[in-house]
Design a protein around this ligand. Structure first.
Ligand code: COA
Length: 254
């Protein structure tokens, strides 16, 4: 039976690439996002690929909207096996200049949004008796390093990484589920690259810090995600794979 995956923040960048690649790989794909126009464009792009898909407008910060999206998906496809928590919000701001609402906004999208969607998903698993479902979280290497200038995102991603490991144990036992994460390095054509590599000079500095000498592509992230959700990765649980050309390891101390 064809399995169904829901990709949050799936209308651009890595989310879009993952949705398109997973549909090509034979998944039913549901894309969520906040922007109706972008969802419409994504709907058109997905129509080019054989198989079934849906687009749903919602904000991961709203728990009821997350539950409604999961239920809409279950109604359409029978059940929902997999979730990619890709939706994110981020901006560069020195922490001493950050407002409490700026902090809360990023934490709400990244950490609470991941919980909201995962929690809605597991309620669906319970009702449908899904065993062997999956969650893939998108984190960043500053989840385990420092994140100067992006404190809320770094703290939220650290929380998501911990949630990945916690649920890998809890829901591994309970639902035979696999919960994993990808830590993308600098990836071109993403909201993160647009926001964090602020000038061509800055982007070039980042590029030089990648041992493989280039930004990654959304399609490379999508290929890894597709493998991680596939049966080939059936013993992978609680793992975070850095796909970054060796970027996070490069401290250049000498
Ligand atoms: N520097 C400092 N504070 C900022 C900021 C910046 N660049 N951008 C937003 N904020 C603050 C706002 O000032 C506001 O706080 P305040 O009420 O105290 O003024 C708070 O964050 C919320 O901003 P708002 O624009 O109302 O939030 P939103 O829900 O409309 O948007 C964001 C959320 C800010 C994360 C927005 O950038 C977004 O939607 N991003 C999604 C895409 C993205 O970030 N992609 C990259 C992922 S790596």
């Amino acid at each position: 039976m064809t399995k169904t995956v829901l990709v949050t923040g799936g209308t651009s960048g890595m989310g879009k690439a993952m949705a398109l690649t997973l549909k090509k790989a034979g998944w039913n794909v549901v894309v969520t996002g906040r922007d109706a126009d972008r969802l419409h464009q994504m709907d058109i792009a997905l129509q080019e690929i054989q198989g079934e898909h849906a687009v749903i407008q919602m904000d991961v910060r709203d728990p009821e909207a997350c539950m409604a999206a999961v239920n809409q998906t279950r109604h359409r496809f029978g059940r929902l096996e997999a979730l990619i928590n890709n939706a994110a919000g981020n901006f560069i701001c020195p922490t001493d200049e950050l407002s409490p609402n700026g902090w809360k906004t990023v934490i709400d999208i990244v950490l609470n949004g991941t919980f909201n969607c995962s929690h809605a998903l597991v309620k669906g698993w319970q009702e449908d008796g899904v065993s062997g479902g999956q969650i893939l979280n998108i984190v960043a290497s500053y989840a385990w390093q420092a994140g100067p200038g992006v404190a809320p995102s770094a703290a939220a991603k650290a929380g998501v990484l911990n949630l990945t490991r916690t649920l890998a144990v809890e829901w591994g036992y309970k639902y035979q589920a696999r919960i994993n994460a990808i830590s993308p390095g600098p990836i071109e054509r993403t909201g993160g690259a647009d926001k964090l590599a602020m000038s061509p000079e800055h982007a070039e500095r980042i590029r030089r810090n990648v041992p493989l000498g280039r930004f990654g592509t959304p399609e490379e992230i999508a290929d890894l995600a597709t493998w991680m959700l596939s049966d080939q990765a059936r013993y992978l649980n609680g793992e975070c794979i850095a796909l970054d050309g060796g970027h996070w390891l490069n401290k250049q101390p000498f």
